[in-house]
Ligand binder design. Structure first.
Ligand code: ACO
Length: 429
């Protein structure tokens, strides 16, 4: 007989089934809890709540393990390109060469935006945050492809996924070009995914940007390392929006909004700001760490800590190495990297961080790499979004195809007023 958990409530005992995943993770299945007991569970921040069963990404936060469809993240360090990893995440296995070529061809075919969309960019002020533009434009894509609202079969879904993965980089690059008052650069069908993005970001109408191989590889790896991270805030948002049967574009636009926040994807911007403040001498690394430990200061050591990783974040380790390698390849030095290393050293030998198991996360080093590439700080979270998109799409599709398709609708414990009467103005005290 499979394992059961016993819940004792007053004089009653309830047997609850225990579900086990393929890596031995266990959950008490409380699907029928309210119907059987009249009680719900209370778990703010969902730290103990499994919202779904998923076969996409496995994380063991205690051992610092991250795997996409079973493949350890470290194995992506020198091999595949981002498009191949996107396919793996979305379709559940590595593509054949023919599938990979076909998907790449679809991305190339769909890279352009409808000309009508260009006018939307004009309406935004120059200072508009690129994440706001990205979310608005991904949502606006729904208007141009309404035929993709109802995804009947795998082919239609693949077409929608290819459109979105391809166009997101065009939207991102156009948002940047608009913010600096430069003309939009059309995608070049001869270029591959990452080089094409850098071309749209940095080419001039009179001069094509030639992308350095080390830069291309570093950005490729950044995108891969951000591609999925199971039920994080933005992915859960995509699933929640998708559970109402909202279309893929609308669901992913919501994911962008969730990612924007400084406690999630927006942390990569905050990290750079923090490193820059230290570099300018406004605060020393030691003082910053002290502030981060002081609960009254509201300061956190940005790029540190993670809901799931209670050991090192393998992505941070890889990105720290990429930052060193890229700067060496470019023959440059960046004082912010030294400051980051110093902060890491201080924090990891401080009992506050050790006891709470706070380690550098994915955002700690990514900004230093993006800065070396020439990506402006306000585009950092946009790059994260481009990387995370395959993960969002994979989760949206997994949920869409799944047998459990109930709308996500948590409950609450109400703590407000008990019943009271409405009082007209003239009778109020
Ligand atoms: N600096 C200082 N203290 C911290 C930090 C930090 N970066 N992170 C957590 N803590 C402390 C908390 O104050 C808390 O202390 P307490 O037990 O004395 O109250 C304890 O560690 C646990 O922290 P929680 O906030 O409960 O952890 P949670 O899992 O809710 O939050 C989060 C995780 C949001 C990532 C948090 O660590 C944080 O704010 N980090 C900084 C922002 C950041 O880097 N975000 C990017 C995360 S990765 C990503 O989303 C891509």
């Amino acid at each position: 007989m499979s394992e059961q958990a016993t819940l004792i409530l007053g004089d009653s005992r309830y047997e609850l089934p225990v579900v086990e995943g393929t890596e031995g993770e266990r959950a008490i299945d409380i699907r029928d809890l309210r119907a059987r007991t009249g009680h719900i569970t209370l778990d703010p921040g969902f730290a103990n709540t499994g919202s779904c069963e998923s076969a996409i990404t496995f994380i063991d936060g205690e051992r610092g393990i991250l795997r996409y469809r079973g493949i350890p993240i470290e194995q992506f360090a020198d091999g595949p390109n981002f498009v191949e990893v996107a396919w793996l995440l979305i379709f559940g296995r590595l593509p054949t060469e023919a599938e990979s070529r076909r998907f790449s061809a679809e991305l190339t075919a769909h890279a352009n935006l409808d000309e009508g969309m260009k006018h939307h960019f004009e309406g935004f002020p120059r200072s508009a945050p690129p994440m706001a533009i990205l979310s608005a434009m991904i949502n606006a894509l729904s208007c141009f492809y309404p035929e993709l609202f109802e995804l009947e079969d795998d082919d239609q879904f693949r077409c929608a996924a290819a459109r979105l993965i391809s166009k997101v980089r065009t939207v991102a690059a156009y948002a940047y070009r608009h913010s600096v008052g430069k003309p939009y650069i059309y995608p070049d069908p001869k270029l591959r995914y990452v080089s094409n993005f850098l071309h749209m970001m940095f080419s001039q109408p009179y001069q094509q940007h030639i992308c350095d191989e080390a830069v291309r590889d570093a950005l490729n790896l950044i995108l891969i390392l951000h591609a999925d991270h199971e039920q994080n805030c933005s992915t859960s948002t995509v699933r929640i929006v998708g559970s109402s049967q909202a279309n893929l574009f609308a669901s992913c636009a919501a994911g962008v909004c969730a990612l924007w926040g400084p406690l999630h994807g927006g942390a990569n911007v905050e990290v750079l700001t923090m490193l820059d403040e230290i570099h300018r001498g406004r605060v020393t690394p030691e003082e910053y760490v002290r502030l981060a430990k002081d609960k009254d200061s509201k300061v956190r050591l940005m790029g540190f800590g993670h809901r799931v990783y209670k050991n090192f974040d393998p992505r941070a380790k890889m990105l720290g190495e990429v930052a060193e390698r890229l700067l060496a390849n470019l023959g440059r030095e960046d004082p912010l990297l030294d400051i980051a290393r110093k902060l890491e050293e201080i924090a990891l030998s401080d009992p506050y961080f050790v006891e709470r198991k706070l380690y550098p996360n994915v955002d700690f080093y990514s900004g230093i790499i993006l800065r070396a590439i020439g990506i402006p700080t306000n585009m950092f979270t946009v790059i994260f979004a481009i990387g995370r998109l395959p993960g969002w799409i994979a989760h949206w599709w997994e949920q869409h195809q799944g047998s459990v398709t109930r709308i996500a609708r948590p409950r609450q414990i109400y703590v407000g007023n008990t019943e009271m009467d409405y009082v007209p103005f003239d009778a109020r005290g």
